[in-house]
Design a protein around this ligand. Structure first.
Ligand SMILES: Cc1ncc(COP(=O)(O)O)c(C=O)c1O
Length: 339
């Protein structure tokens, strides 16, 4: 009898298990409202749907370059120019099969088995599982009110001491899932500088960019060219099922990522790349969807004075407690008091 790898013995991604159960029950004719995973309720923007229909009518959908089409990479570079005032060479952009594939590619290209990578606890559970499946050591650093629910240079140093190891990488999401914490510019800069000074790869998950309702929204790219930025069309662009995301990479990491991507995925799906290129022109429509989330967000927790909830207030959004968390399509968010 063959054996099964130890690396596959990761915790299930419970939200996906709940989704599968909901699907089973629906198929059995039960009325189910599935709230298992974070999905925007809107469909992809009109421009994306139109571009897709046109491409289907034209017929041939094929492989593309492993790191994506020049059109999409150029459109993403223009996005950074417009939103962040940054001049990003499209050659530093890698299009991926959702941000999930981006994590795989980044971890495989940056780390060797046994290397230690820090993530926040609580955090998005798939980070831990992907790192674990790749044989990396997961260092979960608790984030609390004292650290404004984000990682800090001090908490990283403390984790290295506690576990008696040197970190090879740090992964931070801002806005974060599930806390909704938006790490402010100064804190992000301190973290990036600490990583750079200590030869630690700094991975910034910016998947919830575009969905902040107050405070600043800093890309790690504004602070350093050394950051590995991972993003996606799943959330703000309402395109979860299209499985399309991207990374912005330090120049010297592009070729290693490309080599791994060529064999792991060949290329991201061309149809989704066509749709994503069009979606980048649809911010007027998408901003309306985003604003529509806000009343739900503030009314659902308005007036909440429970201490457990107050302790979770996002750092940069004190006037709209948990607006990000409540409004955004995040996975598995629960306020501690269940309100
Ligand atoms: C913080 C965070 N990162 C990454 C992902 C994965 O998204 P995708 O693979 O659809 O881009 C999610 C999904 O909910 C998430 O919450």
């Amino acid at each position: 009898m063959f054996s099964i790898s130890k690396r596959s013995d990761v915790e299930p991604f419970h939200a996906m298990d709940v989704l599968a159960e909901a699907t089973r029950r629906k198929a059995g004719g039960h009325p189910v409202i599935s709230m298992a995973v974070g999905q925007p309720s809107h469909s992809a923007p009109r421009a994306a749907l139109e571009a897709t229909r046109k491409a289907l009518d034209e017929g041939r959908i094929g492989y593309t370059d492993a790191l994506g089409t020049v059109r999409l990479k150029s459109a993403l570079a223009a996005h950074y120019r417009d939103r962040h005032g940054l001049d990003i060479d499209p050659a530093r952009i890698a299009v991926t099969t959702g941000s999930s594939a981006g994590f795989n590619l980044a971890f495989l290209s940056l780390f060797d088995a046994g290397d230690a990578v820090a993530i926040a606890r609580p955090g998005y559970p798939a980070y831990r599982n992907i790192l674990g499946a790749l044989g990396l050591k997961v260092v979960e650093v608790p984030v609390t009110a004292e650290t404004h629910f984000t990682l800090t240079p001090e908490s990283l140093v403390a984790a290295e001491k506690e576990h008696n190891l040197r970190l090879k990488g740090v992964l931070l999401a801002s806005p974060a899932n599930p806390t909704g914490t938006v790490t402010g510019r100064a804190a992000l800069k301190a973290l990036a500088e600490h990583c750079s000074a200590n030869s630690i790869a700094f991975i910034s998950d910016e998947i919830y960019h575009g969905l902040t309702f107050s405070g600043e929204e800093t890309s790690a790219l504004e602070l350093t060219d050394e950051a590995i930025v991972i993003n996606s069309f799943s959330k703000y662009y309402c395109m979860t099922g299209w499985r399309i995301g991207w990374m912005v990479l330090p120049e010297r990491l592009v070729r290693p990522i490309e080599r791994v991507a060529q064999s792991l995925y060949i290329s991201p799906p061309e149809l989704s790349q066509i749709a994503a290129t069009a979606a980048l022109t649809a911010s007027d429509e998408l901003d309306v969807y985003k604003e529509a989330m806000l009343p739900t967000a503030s009314s659902s927790c308005a007036g909440c004075r429970r201490s457990a909830c107050r302790s979770l207030l996002p750092w940069t959004a004190p006037s709209t407690p948990m607006s990000m968390s409540r409004a955004s399509p995040m996975t598995a968010w629960r306020s501690p008091s269940g309100c």
